[in-house]
Design a protein around this ligand. Structure first.
Ligand code: MN
Length: 440
């Protein structure tokens, strides 16, 4: 089932937290994303918080200092202890109960406001970790525009392989190197064979790239040997984050056949810290359609609910701030942007149904990457590989600097937001990472 709209989505709802009522905030009361944090410069225990305007509601303090009904207090207990996964594992009824309680407590006329005021911390004063321990990580390849563009660069005579329109293509990635936004990553070393060289060499990548993706976090698990049907697929999804799947484009072509990417991808990926729940995304659901002339999905990847509301309208974009920009206080240039519902050829429900169709068990905290969300138009590439034609056409930045791939000191920033006429705009916050020199 798709999460339904309810009172918590009312666009007229305002909060007693003033900054949450600002039209540009990513975190109005209609959003209520979860993150794991502690106060900067302390070694206090990690706890879960909810982003609200420019503040974080500390759920450890909120559990202690504010009156709640018993069922809500029980849900707050693992969150107070910093364990988002324990809450994610409880499933949708628990998620809905707490969302409704937090929405009431943070709304402008709430009597709980007096207790909760002292439970707020400014976002600039907190350190954020990954929201939960990331379990298995699978990266999909759901943008047909990305698949066609990249396929064309790697295999000009055969860009889109014939299975693409039938199978949600994915590979098993590495979760140990997934880091939270703000953490820098080292340029990877790897085996590189240039097209005109007789043999490969080991050296630092010179074609380091980003990938503009969303990540879906699994909430409740499924048992081994028990596939999840389309009708239940979204019940297992807790929420979405922004996801930068850093990629070394000179390591990738030499290693990717026959078993897929490896060292070119496993050196790091960056996750945004605030998990936007599937409930919060309810007003932004859109029909899922196949382009004319394309085959319809097989029955196990099809449902009425998926056709009517399987897609999600999320604008995603990527920004680049070079070291020179950073030193000058320049916020960076917007390189490209696309929309998730237009980029994706497969929906999240289809990814869950396909992932489990052979009996694979998904576990709480597993991450499904959407793949690079490139749109159909030329400036909508979700990677430099696409934006620069495989390194042939450099981008000229507002400072006059040029890029075909990332330089040391570059900061990549992903952003995402949802807007609709009948809903309050919500956003994902920033997902940022800076490139450090290699170790060689
Ligand atoms: Mn990827």
């Amino acid at each position: 089932m798709t999460a339904a709209r309810d009172d918590t989505h009312d666009p007229a709802l305002a909060s007693w937290v003033d900054s949450a009522n600002h039209p540009d905030t990513d975190f109005p009361i209609q959003n209520l994303p979860y993150g794991r944090f502690r106060r900067k410069g302390t070694d206090e225990p990690w706890r879960i918080g909810v982003a609200i305007g420019d503040e974080v509601l500390d759920l450890r303090l909120a559990a202690e200092l504010c009156p709640w009904g018993d069922p809500v207090l029980e849900l707050l207990t693992p969150l107070a202890a910093g364990d988002l996964a324990a809450f994610m594992a409880l499933g949708r009824p628990a998620w809905q109960t707490l969302r409704a309680a937090l929405s009431r407590a943070l709304s402008a006329d709430s009597i709980q406001g007096a207790f909760l005021e002292s439970c707020l911390v400014q976002q600039v004063d907190v350190q954020l970790s990954l929201p939960c321990e990331i379990g298995d990580y699978t990266d999909f390849y759901t943008s047909i525009h990305h698949a066609t563009a990249v396929g064309g660069l790697f295999r000009p005579d055969n860009p889109l392989l014939p299975n693409y329109q039938w199978v949600p293509i994915g590979y098993h990635g590495r979760s140990s190197s997934i880091v939270v936004s703000g953490k820098s990553l080292r340029r990877p070393m790897g085996q590189i064979k240039l097209p005109d060289a007789a043999e490969p060499v080991l050296r630092a990548s010179r074609r380091l790239d980003f990938e503009l993706e969303l990540g879906a976090l699994i909430g409740s698990d499924n048992d081994l040997g028990h596939p999840v049907a389309m009708a239940q697929a979204e019940d297992h999804l807790f929420g979405l984050v922004l996801f930068n799947d850093w990629s070394a484009r000179d390591i990738q072509p030499w290693e990717y056949q026959p078993l897929g990417p490896f060292i070119s991808k496993n050196f790091g990926s960056t996750l945004s810290p605030w998990v936007v729940t599937m409930q919060a995304l309810a007003p932004f659901r859109r029909p899922f359609k196949r382009p004319a002339g394309h085959p319809q999905p097989l029955p196990y990847l099809d449902s009425e609910a998926n056709r009517s509301a399987g897609a999600i309208d999320i604008d995603v974009e990527v920004w680049l701030q070079t070291l020179r920009m950073k030193k000058a206080g320049h916020p960076g240039d917007r390189l490209s942007g696309s929309n998730y519902s237009e980029a994706a050829y497969w929906t999240l429900a289809q990814l869950v149904a396909h992932h489990t169709v052979g009996g694979c068990n998904l576990r709480t905290g597993d991450l499904l990457g959407t793949g690079t969300l490139s749109g159909p138009a030329p400036g909508q590439g979700g990677s430099l590989l696409e934006l620069c034609g495989g390194g042939k056409t450099p981008l000229t930045l507002s400072t006059g600097e040029q890029r075909t791939f990332l330089e040391d000191g570059d900061t990549v920033i992903l952003r995402g937001a949802c807007a609709a006429e009948d809903a309050r705009r919500i956003g994902f916050g920033d997902c940022r990472g800076t490139v450090l020199p290699s170790v060689d």
